[in-house]
Each structure stands twice: as C-alpha cells, then as structure tokens.
Design a protein. Structure first.
Length: 244
C-alpha cells in the first residue's frame, strides 16, 4: 500500500475488453461508463474514502489491474497522487510508455513460475504459455494443492519442484489430452492450452460442487457451449446495431 504519482500510471494490465473502455489518457470511450464515472467523481469531490487501486509496477511505471475509473476521475480533478496496492515486477526488458505491458508482465510471471517450480528443467517439453495475467498464480496454487496430497501419499515432505513434475504428469497432461481430443484450441482462438487448463479445471470443480456430473470432458462441453452462446449473442447484437 502506497501513494503513487498519477503521471507514472501509463497503461492497463486488465483484460482487453476492460482496457478498451479507456483511451491512453484514461478517459472513458464508452457511454455506458458514464454513470459509474459520475458516481466516482461525486464521491471523490465530496471526500468519500475510496478503496485503493491495484497496479503492477514495472521499472518506474505503473499499469492498472483494477481501478481504471478512479484513475480517470483523479486525473480529471488534477490530482497528483492516488492510493494503490502495488505489485512490483522485475524484468530485464526495457520498459517505457510504448512498451507492451501485458506481454512484459506475462513474461515476468512465467519467469517467476519457472523459478519456483523448476518445471523447465524437470519437464523440458512443458510449454505452459498463458495469454492472461494471473493464470500462473492459479496454476501454482494447483501445484501447491497437489504437493499437499502427494506428501500425504508418500508420508514425507515433498519439494515444490517434485510436486510440479508430478502435477504436470498426472494432472495437467490428462486435461491437455482432453483439450486436444476435442480440438478446443481450434474453436477458441486467442486461448492457449494452459489458459484452457485453468478454465476447464475451474468448471470441473464448479460442476462437482453443484452436484452435477463432472469430469474434464463435461467441463470442456460446458465451456464450448458457453462460447457458442456468446458467439450467437455477439452476432445478434452486431446485427441489431447494424439494423439500427
């Protein structure tokens, strides 16, 4: 938690759809944001206490994870500083206003993930590339959970590296085979196999918790069904917009 200078907030680390709601100066570009922007503006002017924004820090610059509206309003009010929760990321790559922040952050996340798991040494064939920020943290939690149960099974302490290798062989690879069997990557452009692993295991757990039949195949069907419904809905909205 710290106060950070607003002139050093130069980009977004949010998903593309959210980042696209604001221009490079954090001015809203979508009318549907007007009501929320106005509410935050009123709250700031009246001195209400707002939660800190969440940012990544790369070199001397900040990229917003959550809090785009608050940054936009604070800038419009001419403020110099804003309260933030800062996650500092170290990278050897040059950083500047023109840098691809998301790509640098993904590379830094992957580097940290490999340092922790040593998966690149133990399973050189593993290529866990994620297109979305935060996915490596989710995968690492899976490995830690696998480590716990592996330790119980072996009645001894299991290292993170050993657990990562076992997780790759016994958890990730079977799910990856299901992804390839159903050719999910061909049906969901922009996703990687590691992205799909995270989403499929999440849906698998959700189905199980709801008392529904579960498993990787059923989770894949759930994901593809939702993707198909989303495609038709987007097509319908485009047609309505065009007709209007």
């Amino acid at each position: 938690m710290q106060e950070i200078p607003l002139n050093k907030v130069i980009g977004s680390a949010a998903p593309d759809a959210k980042a696209a709601d604001f221009d490079p100066l954090f001015l809203p570009v979508n009318r549907r944001l007007r009501d929320r922007w106005t509410r935050i503006y009123t709250a700031m002017v009246e001195g209400d206490e707002l939660p800190p924004i969440d940012v990544y820090k790369l070199d001397d610059y900040y990229y917003v994870i959550d809090g785009h509206h608050r940054v936009s309003v604070a800038r419009s009010l001419g403020r110099d500083m804003i309260s933030a929760r800062v996650i500092e990321v170290r990278t050897r790559a040059p950083v500047g206003p023109g840098a691809d922040a998301a790509a640098l952050l993904r590379a830094a996340e992957y580097s940290t993930f490999l340092d922790c798991t040593q998966l690149h040494r133990l399973r050189p064939e593993a290529r866990l590339e994620c297109s979305r920020l935060g996915r490596y943290d989710e995968i690492f939690k899976h490995i830690l959970g696998h480590r716990y149960f592996l330790g119980l099974e072996k009645s001894r302490e299991v290292s993170v590296a050993e657990a990562a290798a076992s997780w790759y062989d016994n958890v990730y690879t079977p799910v990856a085979k299901v992804i390839r069997k159903h050719r999910v990557l061909e049906q969901m452009p922009g996703w990687t196999e590691a992205d799909l692993y995270v989403e499929i295991t999440r849906r698998w757990l959700q189905l199980s918790e709801e008392g529904e039949p579960s498993g990787p195949d059923l989770a894949v069907h759930s994901l593809l069904d939702d993707e198909a419904r989303g495609w038709w809905q987007r097509r319908r909205l485009l047609r309505l917009d065009h007709d209007g």
